[in-house]
Design a protein around this ligand. Structure first.
Ligand code: 13P
Length: 248
């Protein structure tokens, strides 16, 4: 049986109070597509306000620390973002793996912390263009998945997002056959890592997904949804992706 589609907007470092109305508009769209799970991950500064503005709509964060508390200036624990209203968090995005030098071991610890705080976790994996050109994409992605994989993983709270680094924000999207091959490889790896429950773990595709290409990507075997950057910032752009998921 196909998994329920899951469409998540990653706002990255975009969004001030003025954009809360976009979250309300997106929440309204989600309300009319109840067969799809929809979430927006705005900057942390907007989480509490977004949950007030769109009660019942799923709001997430883009990172959390692996510790519960302590001397970590500028960081936020999973419990803190949960208290602000987040129901999930993205972890190990390639921008953080690059800019903040996050390691697989840290991502794993963060996922466990997120789960302990009652949050869902979306662990991101993806190869660079150089790695793909060298024929190493599947090895790299499966290696990241294994290294970042939390103990006691369960589809009830864990999601994987495959985001080829070279497709993020570039308007370039892999061939459908490459997406299919990678998502199948991730599914196989999940089965190796967690056994029977692996089929229910949703695997999202991310990287230049938009209203024009979403239907094609969401129809690919083992693509259970999308992690969307630029095209998640307004209801006008995000709406067609939610609709495509509902029809997939
Ligand atoms: P874009 O959709 O802007 O390419 O970003 C994808 C992404 O990084 C989502 O996490």
């Amino acid at each position: 049986m196909a998994n329920r589609k899951y469409i998540v907007g990653n706002w990255k470092m975009n969004g001030l109070r003025a954009q809360l109305s976009d979250i309300a508009d997106i929440a309204e769209l989600a309300e009319s597509h109840k067969d799809v799970d929809v979430a927006i991950c705005p900057p942390v500064t907007l989480i509490a306000q977004a949950t007030d503005k769109a009660p019942g709509f799923m709001i997430g964060a883009q990172d959390c620390h692996f510790a519960n508390n302590g001397a970590h200036t500028g960081c936020l624990s999973a419990e803190m973002i949960g208290e602000a209203g987040a129901k999930l968090t993205i972890l190990g995005h390639s921008e953080r793996r690059t800019d903040q030098h996050e390691t697989d071991a840290e991502v794993k610890a963060k996922a466990q912390a997120a789960h302990a705080a009652g949050l869902g976790a979306i662990i991101c994996v993806g190869e660079t263009e150089q790695e793909r050109d060298a024929g190493k994409a599947i090895d790299v992605v499966c290696g990241q998945l294994e290294g970042s994989f939390p103990d006691n993983a369960d589809a009830a709270w864990l999601t994987i997002a495959y985001e080829p680094v070279w497709a993020i924000g570039t308007g370039r999207v892999p061939e459908v056959s490459d997406v299919e091959e990678m998502h199948a490889a991730i599914r196989t790896k999940l089965t190796e890592l967690m056994g029977k429950g692996a089929g229910a773990v949703r695997i999202l595709y991310g990287g230049s997904m938009n209203g024009a290409n979403a239907a094609q990507l969401l129809a690919v075997s083992n693509v259970d949804g999308g992690l969307v950057g630029g095209a998640s910032l307004t209801a006008e752009k995000f709406g067609p992706i939610i609709k495509a998921a509902a029809e997939a």
